[in-house]
Design a protein around this ligand. Structure first.
Ligand code: TTP
Ligand code: MG
Length: 228
């Protein structure tokens, strides 16, 4: 349910709860990080709605986008934007919410990448941008902390190949390099799009055991943004 706050729509009575977004390149380890923290009481974890992007009424816009980005980029990104908005607005069941990505990276990273690489027609980009700008102007989507899992494109490529998601078999290293550069410009150099929250950077090239150790080491910093 939505109510109104300072002229913007917001989740009902939940403005005091903390929201942490886990960000990073494809296969940088976001889901693993979220799973690690899902054992913590008082934290609610929301993984990304990837399964929806692979099946909307029997269609697979994620696969279509990888097959022909010029034709299907707008279709996928419109749906990603809707599902992320739905995630941001869903009722929070614990004092802290950790979620995989955000509506912001869908736009600032993936839409931007499609457009800048010449794979999204200008009119599609304009329509998506109008939608996005309307949403963030009229709906209150608070984020308290961004955790950036900073992994090299090579590491992500290796993890991607191991994971073997059918749609992603066509992803070349260059694609991950472009996404990486956009992330660095946004969250590290801060030269591209506005930051919705402070950023905590966690180097994420290590093996699984070391990554879990890193998450534990950063637990206090991550939860410092919250009311635990
Ligand atoms: P990711 O959001 O990177 O999720 P992941 O599960 O691959 O990452 P991790 O291993 O770190 O948990 O990407 C999911 C797929 O969706 C990937 O193929 C990229 C694609 N995608 C887009 O094409 N557009 C978008 O706006 C987003 C958010 C993802
Ligand atoms: Mg994931």
């Amino acid at each position: 349910m939505l109510s109104s706050f300072q002229g913007k729509l917001e989740r009902n009575g939940e403005a005091k709860k903390s929201v942490i977004c886990i960000e990073g390149n494809i296969a940088s380890g976001k889901t693993t990080c979220l799973k690690y923290f899902s054992d913590t009481s008082n934290i609610e974890v929301l993984t990304e709605p990837v399964s929806k992007w692979r099946n909307v009424h029997g269609h697979n816009p994620l696969a279509l986008m990888y097959q022909d980005p010029e034709r299907w980029g707008l279709t996928l990104q419109t749906y990603v934007q809707l599902t992320m908005l739905d995630r941001h607005l869903s009722a929070i069941s614990a004092p802290v919410r950790m979620m995989e990505r955000s509506i912001f990276s869908a736009k600032y990273i993936f839409v931007e990448n499609l457009f800048k690489s010449g794979k999204m027609p200008e009119v599609d980009y304009a329509v998506l941008s109008e939608w996005f700008d309307w949403i963030i102007t009229n709906i209150y989507l608070p984020v308290d902390l961004i955790v950036y899992l900073q992994a090299s494109p090579q590491t992500c490529h290796e993890r991607l190949k191991q994971r073997c998601r059918e749609e992603e078999k066509v992803i070349p290293l260059e694609y991950l390099e472009s996404i990486h550069q956009l992330y660095e410009d946004w969250l590290i150099h801060r030269t591209s799009s506005p930051l919705p929250a402070p950023v905590l950077v966690i180097p994420a090239d290590h093996d699984l055991e070391e990554m879990l150790h890193q998450y534990e080491e950063n637990r206090d910093k991550i939860l410092a943004s919250c009311c635990l």
